[in-house]
Ligand binder design. Sequence first.
Ligand code: SAH
Length: 322
Amino acid sequence: MERLDVFMARANAAYYATHDPFRDFTTAPEISQAFGEVLGAWAAVVWEQMGRPAPVILAECGPGRGTLMADALRGIFRVAPAFRAALRLHLVETSPRLRAEQAKRLEATWHASVDALPAGKLILIANEFLDALPIRQFVRRGGGWTERHVADGAIAELPAADPARAAAEAELVEVGEAARAVVETLAARVARAGGAALFLDYGPGETAPGESLQAIRDGKPADPFADPGSADLTAHVDFASLAALARQAGAAVHGPIPQGVFLARLGLFQRTDRLAQSQPPARAAALIRAAQRLAEPAFMGRLFKAMAVCHPSLTALPGFEA
Ligand code: SAH
């Protein structure tokens, strides 16, 4: 019998070590190169706002195939060569298989956790990273709370040792302790040493009680508890509580706002039009459809959110101001 978060950490580590996740699901950087390019431009503007520190650490958590960062660096090279020269690339990745994939595209230093990033001013990007981190689940039973465990492929409830930090009416509460630790570490760090961390992920704008754990196996929704390591396990990111935590740690917080609003302000559609101009009609149409998929509310534009945690002197980050 394992606590749910212990099970989830073990299952996802096995999954990312043995599978090509991009056969099971598609992420924003794999949909359009314009996604990474506008995020590269975001980082370049933040670097200007920080007073052009050199050297500066550019970091990414959970870089997948390395596509986002490769696209971002290409964009940075074009629009901000001085930033390109000043930056040192650091990647946080646990999967040896994905590290090897990233090394084909990127020259970087790899780390197993954000705690291992070197000291200094930091600009960090994390796309669909926090949702892969383990969660705990608490269930209201009578007057008290149980905590979900996993035993022999099924859920087992034990009396909760530490009661849920729960809204009084909630029946089920999820607590993403690992995501909280990452955000708290980064918030304290940028508040102290300078910089900003941008999180893009799937989750509601306001804290919403209820079950959000899901599994994707062979590209389809699946039982999270069967055959650990064969499916990608994710949960919604609780941006509102992460924002409160980051403020407590001394950082300023921008957002969360819908990803579509954020990307449109960063010029996703202008960048896409420019790319499309030099392409044959079918490829141009595909680029425009890809941008719509990322930014339109009916697709990824509303469910996904953007939130940045930064030094309080950064009062207006790109994409977060109208
Ligand atoms: N950001 C990429 C990949 C998202 S998939 C994209 O948008 O395409 C999640 C990524 O996080 C993978 O690279 C996975 O190996 C990594 N990951 C998952 N759990 C992790 C952990 N605990 N520590 C570091 N990396 C982790």
